[in-house]
Design a protein around this ligand. Structure first.
Ligand SMILES: *Cc1c(COP(=O)(O)O)cnc(C)c1O
Length: 376
């Protein structure tokens, strides 16, 4: 008897092997060099709140127990924070997980989803994985082209539209009026997935007010960025009770671990620490912008914890990423035109920023605008 491998489903068999992100750990293994600066994944190098760390240490002692699948305490705290009902919420192991849940719940195989070309890639990964079809709309003026996204949603009868606001990798942001107009411009029965991973860094007064009852909209939040808990894997979606309830039929009920839940609860309460991080990041963005201007790399306006610099060409951007890696500095660059002429750098601590500035001053002149490879 010869046993053959059982083939995957046609959807999975038809997918390319894609890795949305090559992790810094993988790059380190390939190069045999440990990064001195880790500024490529928009993690918070300020770390979590000390109170969150303490809560997580305590939670480790109870790791023999399954966590509360309803995340009751955290749910109540978040509901109070956002002024929504606790039932207008679902937890996931990060926004990445929630994107998969939403696609699986709302996009049938063969249906179409719309996103920006070169936008945060995990959404695409799930759309492909669940057999959906993607329509991508190029960025315009280095930001999401809301008009073209809405037009594409109409043209292709899209069921889902993905928008990160503030955006990664451009750092751009739209205030409430424009998001509202965008929602109104979408086709009927089309759901807007608003990825607000960076909302803590945007001007709160101008943000789309919280109304989780709008059936056209699901908002995604995370503890990975401003709260500095990317490794804990916890995020949540906000939307109408019925729609959040639909996730209960398919979500992994014990997927959000005890350490993450307790850490998130403590982090949420430590508003002073969050304000400190947000303030420090704002200062770091200013420093990066100044550095970029000094070196002839125009900084794009940023409402996030990173700055995207215009290097002039994709070749130069690529050469800079490689040259910085040679100097043990991990950054990334957008993958699609027209923004693949940029590099994207996370705002680090004050000390990291000064090391970064030093490395940039030594590196950028070795890669002039017309060069595709370093000069020396
Ligand atoms: C970092 C990032 C995420 C990842 O969030 P997790 O909660 O860690 O999964 C999602 N969306 C955008 C736009 C991001 O930049």
């Amino acid at each position: 008897m010869i046993y053959r491998p059982v083939p995957p489903t046609p959807i999975v068999a038809g997918l390319p092997v894609t890795v949305p992100f090559v992790a810094p750990e993988a790059l380190q293994r390939q190069s045999g060099r440990v990064f001195r600066l880790r500024l490529g994944a928009n993690e918070s190098n300020f770390g979590p709140s000390p109170r969150a760390i303490e809560a997580m240490r305590a939670a480790v002692e109870q790791i023999n127990w399954y966590a509360d699948p309803e995340g009751y305490e955290l749910r109540e705290a978040l509901a109070a924070r956002h002024g929504v009902s606790p039932r207008e919420m679902v937890f996931g192991s990060g926004i990445d997980d929630l994107l998969g849940l939403v696609v699986r719940t709302y996009l049938s195989p063969g249906e179409t989803a719309v996103t920006s070309l070169g936008a945060y890639p995990t959404f695409n990964y799930h759309v492909n994985g669940y057999g959906g079809t993607l329509q991508r709309v190029p960025y315009r003026d280095d930001r999401n082209d809301l008009e073209a996204l809405a037009a594409a949603a109409h043209e292709h009868h899209a069921k889902l539209v993905y928008l990160a606001n503030p955006d990664n990798p451009t750092g751009s942001w739209y205030p409430a009026a424009q998001i509202r107009a965008f929602l109104d411009a979408l086709p009927e029965a089309c759901l807007l997935l608003l990825d607000e991973a960076y909302c803590d860094f945007a001007p709160e007064a101008e943000m789309l007010p919280m109304d989780a009852s709008d059936p056209r909209l699901i908002r995604l939040r995370t503890f990975s960025k401003a709260y500095g808990m990317a490794g804990a894997r916890i995020g949540y979606a906000l939307g109408p009770t019925d729609m959040m309830g639909a996730f209960d039929r398919i979500c992994l009920h014990f997927g959000i671990n005890r350490v993450a839940q307790d850490g998130a609860l403590a982090a949420l309460a430590d508003t002073a620490y969050l304000a400190l991080v947000v303030g420090e990041v704002a200062q770091g963005r200013e420093e990066y912008a100044t550095l970029g201007r000094e070196l002839g790399l125009a900084p794009l306006p940023s409402y996030t914890n990173f700055v995207t610099f215009d290097t002039g060409s994709p070749e130069r951007a690529k050469a800079l990423v490689a040259a910085l890696a040679e100097r043990a500095v991990f950054i990334r660059m957008p993958g699609a035109p027209p923004i693949d002429r940029c590099i994207r750098v996370t705002v680090g601590t004050a000390e990291e920023r000064s090391v970064f500035a030093e490395v940039m001053r030594a590196t950028v002149p070795t890669i002039p605008p017309d060069a595709t490879t370093p000069r020396s």
